[in-house]
Design a binder for this molecule. Structure first.
Ligand SMILES: [Zn+2]
Ligand SMILES: [Zn+2]
Length: 359
């Protein structure tokens, strides 16, 4: 396959100034593969990265955002043996340094050398170049082979699935028959609800404000949906659980109200996973954590190679993410794609950007 010298890419010239321009195709370092990008999913964190960068790590002027993407391997560095040209792959955004204590324990999303390029840390689309381009150079350890039964578009959601899986890993998974309440029917919430069913939950309750998203939840197998505008969620969940509360609450709204209410919904000895992005401090009754023996965790992104174990669940159709993919745009239309995503135009949930033109 002939690889051109230059490519189209969406570059962050300044905060809020994302434009498609011509860029050199990246050269490969040791351990890297060149991926010809097929599909990139817009993530809820992308608009913030474009508006103000990521925690001071995002460079300007030649930086390419985008971190939930799939494509085909078109070249490999000589030391890459796990992958070959022609492999269909999904990219995991975090590449830890591989030598700090956290990385050595598989906790590479909390690498102690975050942002240190010389030590080998990469965070594609956050601190180093990502996927809104025709090509991306990605380290071997961040690539997951996709079987033919997973489309590139669905595969672009694998990172989101990995985050949900890692959240469940940290909270001790779902025990068979448990009642799991998921608050917030965005992409992470809908995936969390579906995965709870796959993991053996007895009853999955999804709460939210948007009826069309709750309907997608029902389509994905949620047992009960509660619209917070129509019912008293706390009262209803207590009714449904004989006054005891839910075994687990997976908070995905990122809003202070549901984040605080999770402490009231959960049962004694229950677990709460905070999966949202919280922009403000929320006060929680800490003594209840002690007196009620609660377990509370939160996943930092995908972690512990969970993307790999999500692949079989997607490949055989158990985890069908097609209902979440609402829009597709070509790379040239990237700003329209972002407007559609942030404005939730036409019920947008997951918006896919494709370097090749979309008809
Ligand atoms: Zn993301
Ligand atoms: Zn590390």
């Amino acid at each position: 396959m002939s690889i051109p010298k230059t490519m189209k890419a969406a570059v962050l010239f300044d905060y809020g100034d994302l434009r498609v321009t011509e860029m050199p195709v990246p050269e490969l370092d040791a351990g890297e593969a060149l991926v010809k990008v097929d599909s990139v999913a817009i993530c809820g964190s992308d608009p913030g990265i474009i508006a103000r960068g990521w925690q001071g790590y995002t460079p300007l002027g030649s930086f390419i955002p985008g971190h939930e993407f799939t494509g085909v391997v078109v070249a490999t560095a000589p030391d890459v043996i796990r992958l070959k040209v022609g492999d269909r792959v999904a990219v995991e955004p975090h590449k830890g340094c591989g030598r700090c204590e956290n990385c050595l324990r598989g906790l590479y999303t909390t690498c102690l050398n975050y942002g240190n390029l010389e030590l080998g840390h990469r965070h594609y689309g956050f601190s180093t170049n990502g996927g809104y381009a025709e090509y991306a150079a990605c380290h071997d350890t961040t690539l997951h082979k996709l079987p033919d039964s997973i489309s590139f578009e669905e595969g672009a959601l694998l990172t989101a699935v990995g985050t949900v899986m890692y959240g469940y890993e940290r909270i001790g998974w779902v025990r068979p028959g448990e009642t799991v309440v998921v608050t917030g029917p965005g992409a992470l919430g809908l995936i969390s609800a579906r995965l709870a069913k796959i993991l053996g939950a007895g009853c999955v309750i999804l709460t939210g404000t948007r009826e069309e998203r709750l309907a997608i939840g029902r389509q994905m197998g949620v047992d009960i949906t509660l619209n917070v505008h129509e019912v008293d969620v706390l009262q209803k969940i207590m009714e449904l659980t004989n006054g005891i509360g839910a075994d687990m609450v997976v908070e995905c709204s990122g809003q202070p109200g549901p984040a605080a209410q999770a402490m009231e919904i959960v049962r004694k000895n229950g677990r709460i996973s905070y999966n949202g992005v919280y922009r403000e401090a929320v006060s929680l009754p800490l003594n209840k954590i002690v007196q009620w023996n609660l377990l509370i965790t939160g996943p930092k992104a995908e972690g512990m190679w969970n993307l790999e174990r999500a692949i079989p669940l997607m490949a055989d159709g158990r985890l069908n993410l097609k209902p979440l993919i609402t829009h597709r745009f070509s790379l040239d239309q990237i700003n329209t794609a972002f407007d559609t995503f942030t404005g939730r135009v036409g019920g947008a949930i997951k918006v896919i950007v494709k370097p090749e033109s979309v008809s």
